[in-house]
Design a protein around this ligand. Structure first.
Ligand SMILES: Cc1ncc(COP(=O)(O)O)c(C=O)c1O
Length: 481
């Protein structure tokens, strides 16, 4: 592999297929058991339920919007939030990793397994027909949720990572040559980087990376300058899972299409938090993961692409369900989306996804976004009061709609120590590590950070509890200096 730092960013060329261990030094430091003074913190967590919400007060199926904040009115719908962890009230601030599930979604899953669990697209009996109808209804709900014109443009995958691999293997392998360039940013999630490295190794295509501006936002001016007739695809996130920055995807789409390039949008951190309209964005490919897409179950992601594009793409995985006819020496393939859904899909998860979309739509994505922007500013401003903190990404005053998450470090304290202390002494759940963004961390000169990420069921009180706990954590570790 040849890597050079070009004026416009980082250029990586794979002359031949070769696998190397690129990250021997970067590991996620983890302490199983840590002693803090006289208080012994064990790695096993104790959990007990603090309060369950009375159904006479709250209808758990329906979002209720009153004069209180969205966080206060929706919290009761999430049973998991109402418990103690390690002797403290749970404060869940790890929503960028996965969101919690409301009762409506849990009930939909339970109902599928109790009432009509069956395989789809292959049985003619009652249960199978019902399961097939509900599964396909879920696809329609996803299409409506992101304003796709056809539900056949929604391909269900195992997660967003698989959706990106689908595009890389199916579209990338058949369209890229050694003359071609793929443009990404250094802030992409590993799921958006590694599949294109694999495809670049196989095709000889060149990967070019856009770096950050002084405000710590991927530099879209440089991105525009890097685009040329050689660019075949731009692979870019909508909202950064570490920097909290929001990119002008509509504009990027226009620039890329002007040079004939396709665009793959990683919308994992935007679809759960704002209105995403694939027709107005005009993205060629847009992917997201259901467990992050606000409240939705695991083992499901999706890829949206225009039907004309999907219909000329070869299959990604072979097997049952994706075929039209199978002979001993060859097979013909089903039309999209079935062509890309080999084998038994995650049926219950898709049905749960449909229920989650109903729940989110009942609140309204614009309302969710407006509330989260308010929470985001509150989080950022509150964190500034913590001594020796360094928050990554743009200041709220330098950007529009910074996402409701903050990645940060506190001088001389390892982020995993911070996360461990917060969990074990205060019941606050945040993430520490590289957040699947090692190139970005390296660029910022660190190998790990702590990250607190919020969702609409969080409140300003959650932020206050977290910041109070963080100050206690910092003062504890500082006492050893
Ligand atoms: C921006 C972004 N892209 C992609 C992914 C990968 O999602 P999954 O692990 O569900 O495939 C994540 C998950 O953290 C993410 O935050």
């Amino acid at each position: 592999m040849m890597m050079t730092t070009a004026a416009e960013g980082v250029v990586v060329k794979f002359p031949s297929f070769k696998i190397t261990n690129t990250n021997p030094t970067l590991t996620n430091r983890r302490f199983a058991t840590v002693r803090f003074g006289s208080r012994r913190l064990s790695s096993s967590s104790s959990i007990s339920v603090v309060s369950s919400v009375s159904s006479s007060i709250v209808n758990e199926d329906e979002p209720k919007l009153g004069p209180v904040s969205l966080g206060h009115s929706t919290r009761p719908h999430f049973p998991i939030l109402h418990q103690e962890v390690n002797g403290s009230k749970l404060v869940y601030l790890d929503n960028a990793a996965t969101s919690q599930k409301p009762t409506a979604v849990l009930k939909a899953l339970q109902n599928y397994y109790e009432a009509y669990n069956s395989n789809v697209h292959r049985g003619i009996h009652f249960l199978s027909v019902k399961a097939t109808n509900e599964y396909e209804l879920a696809r329609k709900k996803v299409a409506t949720f992101i304003n796709a014109s056809e539900s056949s443009e929604i391909v269900f995958t195992r997660n967003a990572t698989e959706a990106i691999n689908l595009v890389a293997y199916s579209w990338g392998l058949s369209n890229l040559t050694p003359e071609d360039e793929v443009i990404l940013t250094i802030a992409e999630h590993h799921s958006a980087i590694v599949p294109w490295q694999v495809v670049a190794q196989k095709t000889g295509a060149i990967l070019k990376y856009v770096s950050l501006t002084d405000d710590e936002v991927p530099d879209t001016v440089k991105l525009r300058e890097m685009l040329s007739k050689k660019t075949k695809i731009v692979v870019i996130h909508h909202v950064s899972n570490m920097l909290a920055s929001v990119l002008p995807i509509g504009e990027i789409m226009g620039w890329a299409h002007d040079v004939g390039a396709k665009v793959l949008v990683d919308a994992c951190q935007s679809v759960p938090h704002m209105v995403v309209d694939v027709q107005s964005l005009n993205a060629d490919f847009l992917v997201a993961s259901s467990h992050k897409v606000g409240l939705l179950p695991y083992i499901l992601g999706f890829c949206h692409a225009y039907y004309e594009l999907l219909s000329v793409m070869p299959p990604f995985l072979g097997g049952g369900e994706m075929i039209s006819d199978v002979f001993l020496d060859h097979s013909t393939y089903a039309e999209p989306p079935s062509r890309f859904e080999a084998g038994t899909p995650a049926i219950g998860e898709a049905i749960g996804l449909g229920a989650a979309i109903d729940y989110l739509s009942g609140i309204g994505m614009q309302k969710i976004h407006d509330y989260e922007v308010e929470l985001s500013n509150y989080l950022y401003e509150s964190l500034l009061s913590v001594p020796n903190i360094r928050i990554y990404g743009p200041k709220p005053s330098r950007t529009v709609g910074r996402a409701a998450l903050c990645s940060f470090n506190v001088e001389d304290i390892h982020p995993t120590d911070i996360a461990t202390f917060l969990d074990q002494q205060h019941g606050v759940a945040i993430r520490s590590g590289h957040h699947c963004a090692q190139p970005l961390h390296r660029y910022l000169g660190v190998n790990a950070s702590a990250r607190a990420s919020l969702h609409f069921y969080n409140t300003k009180e959650d932020v206050d509890d977290f910041v109070r706990a963080l100050k206690d954590t910092v003062s504890f570790f500082s006492s050893f200096k």
